[in-house]
Design a binder for this molecule. Sequence first.
Ligand code: NAD
Ligand code: TYD
Length: 350
Amino acid sequence: MKTILITGGAGFIGSHVVRLFVIKYPDYKIVNLDKLTYAGNLANLTDIENLPNYTFEKGDITDGPWIQQLFDKYRFDGVVHLAAESHVDRSISNPMEFIMTNIVGTVNLLNAARAIWSNDLSGKRFYHISTDEVYGSLGDEGKFLETTPYDPRSPYSASKASSDHLVRAYFHTFHLPVVISNCSNNYGPFQFPEKLVPLFINNIRTNKPLPVYGKGENVRDWLYVEDHAKAIDLIFHKGTEGETYNIGGNNEWQNIQLIQKLCEIMDQKLGRTPGESAKLITYVKDRAGHDLRYAIDATKIKNELGWEPTIKFTEGFEATVDWYLQNEEWMVNITSGDYQKYYEQQYVKR
Ligand code: NAD
Ligand code: TYD
């Protein structure tokens, strides 16, 4: 039986990865380590939390001695590292949290893995999940390849780039068996509603303004979160040691076009007159240093591992809207802050 550590498993992408691994691999013991920051929500995992191969550990990856104790206790065979501060806007107002969690936290995990695996590296794997934002900003043409030089431009992307470099350094210097992936923007259920898609769904539902940064001309490459989780599963098990894989949706949208599409779907779902939701669009001051365009070339993972997105954007996007509308209680608990009491009720008072 393998014991796998998944960090950040109470967050958006992490919760999908935990669910996939816990259900698909009943022979694995899955330990979800999460600090439960504002972005961590155990209500994302209620359907699997009582399964026998799942354990939750509340803790902070910036606490090196505690991380080492955790590795000594469980003797993990593998690590899937998703815990991070992940919101660009927050990284502009408070960069230090990003330096601590994304850089120092990652090094604590690398050190702990190195310490327990020092005698025997066979069958071990440290998988670091990263973002396409490390490559910087594209003009109208071209896509990011694994070989594109790093050019991070926000404190968030700079902290992720730094952690990617450190993971590679541990591979070259200490032969730690690592693998890295860099993915484009994800959408889907359980995303914290300060990111574009869930924020705008909630604002349309509650008739609040939709704050479009700048002219809405920025372009993102959107991937359904379950397709990302499947790619993570594949890379964790089949990816080549020391390699990096780009993951993307091959699905570029200018922000304003995506928002118009969302407004159309919301009008239909809420029985509103066509055009009503779009009236909420409000152009606001642009994000500082706002990257113009991200686009991933995912040829390597397709050729080497046979991965491609399986969910068509039109289906995934509508399913996402349906999910947020059907799970209003989840959204209300988040926006009221009540979800942060869940840990107390579920894990402390039992
Ligand atoms: P998220 O913000 O929804 O979740 C992050 C999780 O990490 C939360 O549960 C939070 O509580 C936890 N966490 C934060 N600081 C911690 C700490 N110090 N110790 C332990 N846990 C801590 O983020 P997400 O969108 O799910 O992103 C997950 C990973 O994927 C990140 O590494 C991010 O850089 C990467 N990524 C995200 C996207 C995207 O579109 N969301 C795209 C590409 C890559
Ligand atoms: P976001 O979900 O924050 O992801 P990222 O910045 O990591 O790509 O934002 C997606 C795009 O939407 C990005 O170009 C910024 C823009 N945006 C807005 O225009 N308004 C908003 O309120 C938010 C949160 C984002």
